[in-house]
Design a protein around this ligand. Structure first.
Ligand code: BGC
Length: 785
C-alpha cells in the first residue's frame, strides 16, 4: 500500500492521494474504523465501488452446519461466521440527476486521511459529473471510543463554478449484496441475506431498522439521526422498508454554497432482549450522541486518543516508515480491543471478515501483551470474556474426555469452530496462552480483585486440563502427547516444547494462585492433593532435546524428520498450505511459524543464551513464515541473539504486513496480531524487555537504522518511560512509588521524575543464520549492511 505512489509516509497519519481502484479492498481494511464493539470498513460513503462492504458488531454472527465428508466423534457440528450488519455509512449523492460514482465523470482530486491522533477518517474530493457539473465533497467519519454504540459522519457537498441540484440520500441498509467467496480457506464463508426484518421506522430524519439473524437468533438494531443545514429551500423526506431506511435531502446550491449533513448512527444487539428493548437501546444511544453533537464527539475522540498516546506512543528516530507503521499498528490494536468489553478480540479485529471473524490464541499471545502495558483495562475485559465462555470450554473438555476447560481454537461466542481438528482441537496450547495472559496481566497491574474473581478460575480450569491431558511415564516424567503446537506445519505430535513449557508455567501459576486465594480455591473444589499434583506434573515436565545437535526439539523426534526440499519449492508455491498436502508438511522439517523460537520469547528464562543462539540458528533455515504471527517472534530472538539487522528486517515485515499487503490478503482485514507484534519487536526485541513475575528486565540494543527508540509502559499503576539511544538508555519513572527494573542484568531502583541513564553495551556483530530459499525477510528499501 504505502509503496503505492499514492500513499505518503508521515508520522501521525495514513494518507492516500488519488483513488486507486486496484487497491480499493486493501484500503478499506487499512482505513477501517472501530472501537472494538462497532467496526466500519473504510468503504466509500456512496457504497460503490467497493471491495468488500463491511459493518460489524463484535459478537454478532450466524451459525452454519460444518459439513464433513467423514465425520468423527467430537467434531464440532456448527461453525460461526461474522456477518455484515446494517450499513450505516452510506450517503449517496445525486448531482443534477447523476449519481456521484467515481467510476464515471472526471475525478479532479481525491484524498483520504486517517488521522491517528484525532481518530477521524477524512475524505476530500472534487468531481465533475459526466454532464459537466462540478462538486467538492468532504466527509469525516468516526467510530466513537467514548460512546461505544456510536459512529458518525459529517458530510458536506459544495457546488463549484456553477449551480448544482443536489440530492443526498443517507441510509441504513441491511443484507447488502456481498462479493463471492474466493475459495481461500482464510477468507470468510459468505452468508447471503443473514438478517430477517423485524421493524422499520423513519420519521423526521430519524431512522431505525431492527433485524434478527435467522439461526443464531441475535437481534440487531441500528438507528440514525441527522442534522441538516443547507440553503433555503432544503427539503427532507424520511422513509423505510424492511431492509432500507432513508433520509433524502434535496436542495439547489449556488457556486460556493454548501449542504451539510451530520449523521449519527447507533448500534445495539442482543441474544435475549425483546424487540422494544433493542429499539429503545439504539434510540437512547442516539440521544446521548446527538446531545453532544458532531463537535462533541470529535472532541471526546481527541481527548481519548491524547490519553492513549501519552501512555502508549513508541517513537522511532531515523526510520520514518517504521515510525508511521508502528503508530498505525498501535492505533489499530487499540481499535480492536478498546471497547470489546467482554467480547473476543478477533484475529482481524472488526476490519474485515477474514477467518470468519474468529478469535484465536492471537489475542492472548500477541495482542494482550501490548494492551497489558498500555491499556490494561482492555485486557481484564478480554479475559473476562474467556471466563464467561467457561461453560462451553468445560463442556468441550467433558466431550473430549478431559477435565477442566478446553478453550476453543477458533470461535466467536465460545464454542469450538474449527472443523479441522489437527490444527484446531489438538492445538491445546491456547489454554496455556490464556493462563499466561492472566499471569502477565496480574503481575503488570497488581489487580487482586481480577485475580480473585477471574484469574484463579481460568488458571485452575486450564491446569486441570493439562493434568488430565498429560501423563507421568514409568520414570515419573510428565508428557503431553498428540498435540499441535503453534507451528501448523506439524500436527498431533508428542511433547511440543512450547506447549510443555507453557503448560508447566500454567500448572505452577494455578498452584500459586490457589495458595494466595485459598477460599477461592476451595470454592472451585481444589484441594491440597490436586494442587500438589499440578506442581508434580510441572516439575516432571519433559522437554525434548537433541544431545548431538545440542538444540531443543520443537517436539519429540522433530529433528530426525526429513528436511523439506526448499530448493525444489518455487516462490509461487508459498504459502505452502495452498500448494502441498498437510500430510507431507507434517512429516518433514518445515515450519510455518515460530514455535520453538516463540517458546524462547515466552519462557525466556528456561533457555540460556547459548541455547537461544543455537536453537535460533537451527530453526531459522526451516521457518518459512507462512503465518503473519512469525516475523515478530523471530525479531525478538534475532535481537537477543545479536542479529540486529535480521531483527530489523523482521520488524519491518511485522509492522508493514498490512501497509504493504505482504501476504496479499489485507483485503480480508488487518493482521491484528502482526501489528501488535511490531510493538513486541520494538519493545521486547530492541528494548529487550522481559517480564517474569516481579522482575522487569531491559536489554536495549538498537539496529543501525535507528537513532533513538522511546516507549512508555504502564506498570502497577505507574508510568515508565524508556528512551534508548545508540550509546545510552534512560529510564524515567513518571509517577508513583519507586520501581526496580534491570538494565542488562544490573538492578536500578527508580524514583519518580529522576531519570537514570546507563550505557548500552556494544554488541559484537555475528553472521545471521540463513532462511529457506525465497523466504528471506523483505528488505524492500532498507539499506543493505
Ligand atoms: C496461524 C495461526 C493463527 C491464525 C489466525 C494461522 O495462519 O497459523 O497461528 O492463529 O492464522 O491468525
Amino acid at each position: 500500500m504505502i509503496t503505492h505512489t499514492s500513499y505518503a509516509v508521515e508520522p501521525w497519519a495514513l494518507r492516500e492521494r488519488g483513488l486507486h481502484l486496484d487497491v480499493l479492498p486493501q484500503s478499506e481494511s487499512v482505513f477501517a474504523l472501530s472501537n472494538g464493539h462497532v467496526g466500519w470498513r473504510g468503504n466509500l460513503d456512496e457504497g460503490e465501488p467497493h471491495g468488500l462492504p463491511g459493518s460489524y458488531l463484535n459478537g454478532v454472527h450466524e451459525v452454519h452446519p460444518l459439513p464433513y465428508a467423514e465425520a468423527g466423534y467430537g467434531y464440532p457440528e456448527s461453525g460461526q461466521t461474522v456477518i455484515n450488519v446494517t450499513n450505516g455509512k452510506i450517503i449517496r449523492l445525486l448531482v443534477d440527476d447523476e449519481p456521484f460514482d467515481l467510476r464515471y465523470g472526471l475525478l479532479r482530486s481525491h484524498e483520504r486521511v486517517l488521522d491517528l491522533r484525532a481518530g477521524l477518517l477524512t475524505r476530500t474530493c472534487e468531481w465533475t459529473s459526466p454532464a459537466g457539473t462540478t462538486v467538492r465533497v468532504r466527509s469525516r467519519r468516526l467510530v466513537s471510543f467514548t460512546q461505544r454504540a456510536i459512529a458518525a459522519v459529517a458530510y458536506e457537498v459544495e457546488a463549484v463554478g456553477a449551480p448544482a441540484r443536489i440530492v443526498v440520500q443517507s441510509e441504513l441498509v441491511a443484507n447488502e449484496q456481498l462479493p463471492d467467496h474466493d475459495g481461500d480457506p482464510r477468507a470468510a464463508v459468505v452468508l447471503e441475506s443473514p438478517l430477517e426484518a423485524e421493524e422499520h421506522f423513519a420519521k423526521d430524519g430519524r431512522l431505525r431498522l431492527v433485524h434478527r439473524t435467522r439461526r443464531s437468533g441475535l437481534r440487531v438494531g441500528a438507528a440514525a439521526d441527522h442534522v441538516v443545514s443547507g440553503p433555503e429551500p432544503t427539503t427532507t423526506e424520511s422513509e423505510a422498508t424492511d431492509d432500507l431506511a432513508r433520509l433524502t435531502v434535496a436542495t439547489v446550491l449556488a457556486p460556493g454554497e454548501r449542504l451539510r449533513v451530520e449523521k449519527f448512527v447507533s448500534y445495539g444487539w442482543s441474544g435475549t432482549r425483546s424487540l422494544p428493548a433493542v429499539s429503545d437501546q439504539v434510540d437512547a444511544a442516539l440521544a446521548a450522541a446527538t446531545s453532544v453533537g458532531w463537535s462533541g464527539l470529535v472532541a471526546e475522540q481527541r481527548a481519548y486518543l491524547d490519553d492513549f498516546w501519552a501512555r502508549s506512543d513508541v517513537e522511532v528516530d531515523g526510520d520514518e516508515k517504521i515510525q508511521q507503521a508502528v503508530r498505525f499498528a498501535l492505533f489499530h490494536v487499540l481499535q480492536a480491543g478498546a471497547r470489546a468489553e467482554q467480547r473476543a478480540i478477533p484475529a482481524k479485529g472488526l476490519t474485515g471478515s477474514g477467518y470468519d471473524g474468529h478469535a484465536f490464541w492471537d489475542t492472548e499471545t500477541f495482542v494482550l501483551p501490548l494492551l497489558t502495558y498500555t491499556s490494561p483495562g482492555a485486557v481484564a475485559e478480554a479475559l473476562r470474556w474467556r471466563q464467561n465462555t467457561l461453560p462451553a470450554a468445560r463442556d468441550r473438555a467433558v466431550q473430549l474426555g478431559l477435565r477442566g476447560a478446553a478453550f476453543p481454537w477458533r470461535t466467536i461466542e465460545g464454542s469450538e469452530g474449527s472443523a479441522y481438528w489437527p490444527a484446531g482441537t489438538a492445538a491445546f496450547h491456547v489454554n496455556a496462552d490464556i493462563a499466561d495472559a492472566v499471569v502477565r496481566y496480574t503481575s503488570a497491574t497488581g489487580d487482586e480483585r481480577f485475580e480473585r474473581d477471574t484469574g484463579v478460575e481460568l488458571l485452575v480450569e486450564t491446569a486441570r486440563l493439562w493434568r488430565s491431558l498429560g501423563h507421568h511415564d514409568h520414570h515419573g516424567t510428565f508428557h503431553i502427547d498428540g498435540v499441535t503446537g503453534p507451528d501448523e506445519y506439524s500436527a498431533v505430535a508428542d511433547d511440543n516444547t512450547y506447549t510443555n513449557l507453557m503448560a508447566r508455567a500454567n500448572l505452577r501459576a494455578a498452584a500459586d494462585a490457589v495458595e494466595r486465594h485459598p477460599l477461592r480455591g476451595e470454592e472451585l473444589g481444589v484441594d491440597e492433593e490436586e494442587s500438589t499434583a499440578w506442581r508434580d506434573a510441572a516439575e516432571a515436565m519433559y522437554v525434548p532435546y537433541n544431545h548431538e545437535l545440542r538444540v531443543h526439539e520443537q517436539h519429540a523426534g522433530f529433528t530426525r524428520y526429513q528436511r523439506w526440499d526448499f530448493a525444489a519449492t518455487r516462490p509461487d508455491q508459498y504459502p505452502l498450505l495452498l500448494h502441498f498436502p498437510y500430510f507431507d508438511l507434517y512429516r518433514k522439517q518445515v515450519i510455518k511459524q515460530a514455535d520453538l523460537v516463540l517458546a524462547m520469547c515466552t519462557c525466556s528464562t528456561f533457555f540460556d543464551a547459548e541455547h537461544k543462539a543455537r536453537n535460533f540458528a537451527y530453526y531459522e533455515p526451516l521457518t518459512v513464515r507462512d503465518s503473519s504471527l512469525s516475523a515478530c517472534c523471530q525479531a525478538v530472538i534475532a535481537a537477543e541473539a545479536g542479529h540486529l539487522r535480521l531483527a530489523y528486517d523482521y520488524l519491518h515485515e511485522a509492522a508493514l504486513m498490512d501497509l504493504e499487503d505482504l501476504e496479499h490478503n489485507t483485503r480480508d482485514g488487518l493482521h491484528i496480531a502482526s501489528l501488535a507484534g511490531a510493538w513486541m519487536a520494538l519493545v521486547a526485541g530492541f528494548g529487550g524487555m522481559r517480564h517474569h513475575g516481579a522482575r522487569i528486565d531491559f536489554a536495549p540494543r538498537l539496529p543501525e537504522q535507528f537513532g533513538r527508540l522511546a516507549f512508555t509502559l504502564e506498570l502497577r499503576g505507574r508510568r515508565l518511560r524508556v528512551e534508548i539511544g545508540r550509546a545510552e538508555a534512560t529510564y524515567t519513572l513518571l509517577n508513583g512509588d519507586p520501581l526496580t527494573v534491570h538494565h542488562h542484568d544490573v538492578p536500578l531502583t527508580l524514583d519518580a521524575d529522576k531519570p537514570h541513564t546507563r550505557t548500552v553495551p556494544l554488541l559484537e556483530p555475528r553472521p545471521a543464520p540463513d532462511q529457506p530459499l525465497h523466504r528471506r525477510p523483505n528488505h524492500l528499501d532498507a539499506p543493505e549492511s
